[in-house]
Design a protein around this ligand. Sequence first.
Ligand SMILES: [Mg+2]
Length: 235
Amino acid sequence: MKHTFHPTVIAFDADDTLWMNEIYFQETERTFCHWMAEYAPETSVAEQLFQTEMRNLSLYGYGAKGFTLSMVETAINVSHGRVSAGRVADIVKLGQTLLTRPVELLDGVVEVLPLLHPHYQLVLATKGDLLDQQRKLDRSGLRHWFHHIEIMSRKEETDYRQLMSRLGVSPDEFLMVGNSLKSDVLPVMSAGGHAVWIPYHTTWQHEEVAASHPRGYTELHSLHQLPVMLGMAVQ
Ligand SMILES: [Mg+2]
């Protein structure tokens, strides 16, 4: 496989790229739906919660606080106003638990960031609630590996273009690494940059180790493969 680009900046998504995230939201959602089962089937509660989250996204943005408010709103709706104040308090507490969890780093993070650090400007480019992402970054112990931290409210093509211009790099020098095709890969490519997709779920197994996708991004199984992909000699 040939890699003709030479990035000077490597930007990393954080949630489900550097540390675990989605699994905690799924656990929280399961507990919530279980609590609401007295009012509606759990699958229907889950669907209503999702609709509420999507409706509220433009108001609250991404993250645990907006998710908690959406759970409360869904509880009121599915119970037709009958949910007790005690249960609402449980839901608020459940949401707060999301904000205080320890940060669990994903495979390869502690080995790969120090390897890349001497050779590239490393950037953290994450979407979500500002305070929550800062707290997770502090708890992760990873802050010192990053040249620049960017907590973004959106990850669209124009947001990446602005990030590149703030960093003073051309798109061709910019490589984004993340678990989301929608947020981390496709908008970066539209902006002329390069992207590596590392799907989070272990069930998403693929045959090839590092296949260049027809659309131009590279898919890796693990962050461990990134230095080799970049042509670095790794022991
Ligand atoms: Mg992510």
